[in-house]
Design a binder for this molecule. Structure first.
Ligand SMILES: C[S@@+](CC[C@H](N)C(=O)[O-])C[C@H]1O[C@@H](n2cnc3c(N)ncnc32)[C@H](O)[C@@H]1O
Length: 202
């Protein structure tokens, strides 16, 4: 079972487990970003995505239940001269603010079904009208590949799960298939993912 302590342990060394560069799909959404947007990167780990969002001029908050990961995120932000706010919290139990964020990044966060439902309800609550959700996660087709992802299949995402949890959001992009990952030591090689860009109407 995944726990915050297990992630603290993984993040304990000096190396960045998923690299220091942002996730490629998030990077490809740069044209949708505007300076001053309020961004939340959930399960931000060592901060590669949250710090990049801050560098684009967004007001970035990085949330993760690993304090070790977020300490590295803060150090990465300091090193790159970017300002981020870090929040150590379990995203299935967080007191999600209402209509607060113009962008939520959900990159490779895999939760047990009940926690996933709670966190998705939180995302729906926290997106401001017109706000975007950008997501990339592994699908069941990833099983057996060595390019990353959880071993427990109940944690995996799919296009159908995205549609189910985020019904009510407008779909700007929603794709399931194979991509090539080159993201630090933990995400290397061909991988099966779902990618989505969704927008809260309004
Ligand atoms: C595979 S890592 C991805 C990290 C980061 N999003 C990235 O792409 O570099 C998954 C992250 O989700 C975090 N996480 C998992 N379950 C969580 C939960 N219930 N609450 C908060 N963070 C969680 C882990 O601590 C870890 O940092």
């Amino acid at each position: 079972m995944s726990t915050s302590l297990a992630w603290d342990e993984r993040y304990g060394g000096g190396a960045f487990q998923f690299g220091e560069a942002p996730n490629l799909f998030l990077l490809e959404q740069a044209h949708r970003l505007r300076r001053g947007m309020r961004a939340l990167s959930v399960g931000d780990g060592e901060g590669r995505n949250g710090v990049w969002l801050a560098e684009q001029g967004l007001e970035a908050t990085a949330l993760d239940w690993s304090s070790v990961g977020l300490a590295k995120a803060q150090a990465l932000a300091n090193r790159r001269g970017a300002g981020i706010t870090t929040v150590v919290a379990d995203l299935s139990r967080w007191d999600w603010p209402e209509k607060r964020f113009d962008l939520i990044a959900w990159i490779y966060v895999h939760l047990p079904p009940e926690d996933r439902a709670a966190a998705c309800a939180g995302v729906l609550r926290a997106l401001a009208p017109g706000g975007l959700l950008v997501m990339e996660c592994f699908t069941p087709a990833q099983e057996g590949r060595r390019s990353g992802g959880p071993k427990d299949p109940s944690l995996l995402w799919s296009r159908a799960l995205v549609e189910q949890h985020f019904a009510g959001l407008e779909v700007l992009a929603l794709l399931e298939g194979a991509v090539w990952l080159d993201e630090g030591p933990r995400h290397q090689g061909l991988a099966e993912v779902v990618r989505a860009v969704l927008r809260r109407p309004g």
